[in-house]
Design a protein around this ligand. Structure first.
Ligand code: ADE
Ligand code: ZN
Length: 342
């Protein structure tokens, strides 16, 4: 049987789709730093960044483990609350230029003050001030999700969880975990996730990016998350896909990240469309945009070209993402209202 071809969108319709207002739920704050920004800060502080950049100035990495080590090397230049304020301004200018009107960003107290609650408060204050200024200038709304880092181990995850619990509220709205999924078990991190849940935070964790469906199941059952970072390898267990769909668990899918890091060989092989067709709530994000040479416009472009998603599907995607946001009801209603009127 010949496969069904996606309907063709003409260039004018595609341009209109790329201009649609967008909601992004999965973005790593340091991972969104433009390479020029990191290079400039490194020069100002005389920090040696050998190995971080390719000769053309882009970030240099050849696989996921290398990506994580380059990410951490680049992060060394971010040493003060002021550095994070500057980073926030740069990131939000870029996101707003790509039509993002609401964004949730992953913030790691391990990088912002080394896990000390007092220092974390100072970083957070600087980030929020910069975010408020960006909202006034560009209309983009930012909220934070505190993350622990899996390959630092469960013991070191306690400090970020405490930082999250101490600052939980209308701005820090969630707790999560990034880092190397091939190390340890989701279940080892139950304590930090329980603490964050009891502080009123909503939960997400990276799962099913590098390991298979069992990891996604464990994220849902052992950490009781309502959103999963990536989660795409759930497709390898259709009973799990049904459970994700029935429970309304939201997947934070980052297609270009997955293709760049070779989880899938190309966009056509990516399971986002299959997951969507099977009733899973999928959202679309960039993960670490300059590392993967992406942005939200590029994600939309690829989805339109590969799967033939229509303008109405992209509008519905933004509303679905807004409903899945961790922000309070007031912020969510205002966001949904902005998405009603093109
Ligand atoms: N930290 C930054 N990007 C990540 C990714 N794609 N997976 C896990 N941890 C990350
Ligand atoms: Zn991620």
């Amino acid at each position: 049987m010949t496969p069904e071809l996606p309907p063709v969108m003409d260039e004018e319709q595609l341009a209109a789709v790329l201009d649609l207002p967008k909601v992004e739920l999965h973005l790593h704050h340091e991972g969104a730093a433009p390479p020029e920004f990191i290079r400039r800060l490194g020069q100002e502080k005389s920090i040696n960044l050998t190995g971080v950049f390719n000769p053309d100035g882009s970030y240099a990495f050849h696989d996921f483990a290398h990506f994580l080590s380059v990410y951490e090397a680049a992060t060394q230049v971010l040493k003060t609350p002021e550095d994070y304020a500057r980073l926030t301004t740069a990131v939000l200018e870029e996101s707003a230029a790509n039509g993002v009107i609401y964004c949730e960003t992953f913030l790691s107290p391990d990088f912002c003050g080394g896990g000390d609650v007092g220092a974390w408060r100072e970083y957070l204050h600087a980030i929020r001030d910069a975010a408020d200024a960006a909202e006034r200038a560009h209309g983009i709304v930012l909220r934070g999700i505190v993350t622990c880092i899996r390959h630092f181990g469960p013991y070191r995850a306690k400090a970020p969880a405490l930082c999250a619990a101490e600052t939980a509220g209308d701005w820090i709205v969630g707790f999560g975990m990034g880092g190397d999924e091939t190390m340890g078990k989701q279940k080892d991190f139950a304590w930090p996730f329980d603490l964050a849940r009891e502080a009123g935070l909503q939960l997400t964790t990276h799962a099913g990016e590098w390991r298979g469906p069992a990891e996604v199941r464990s994220a849902i059952e052992d950490l009781r998350v309502t959103r999963v970072g990536h989660g795409v390898r759930a497709i390898e267990d259709l009973a799990l896909v049904d459970l994700i769909a029935e429970r309304g668990i939201v997947l934070e899918v980052c297609p270009v990240s997955n293709v760049t890091l070779k989880v899938y060989p190309n966009m056509a092989a990516h399971p986002i469309e299959e997951l969507r067709k099977r009733g899973v709530t999928v959202t679309v994000s960039t993960d670490d945009p300059p590392f993967f040479h992406t942005n939200m416009r590029r994600e939309y472009h690829n989805l339109a070209k590969t799967f033939g998603w229509s303008a109405e599907q992209f509008s519905e995607l933004a509303r679905t993402s807004a409903r899945a946001a961790f922000c309070n009801d007031e912020t969510k209603s205002a966001l949904l209202k902005r998405l009603e009127t093109p």
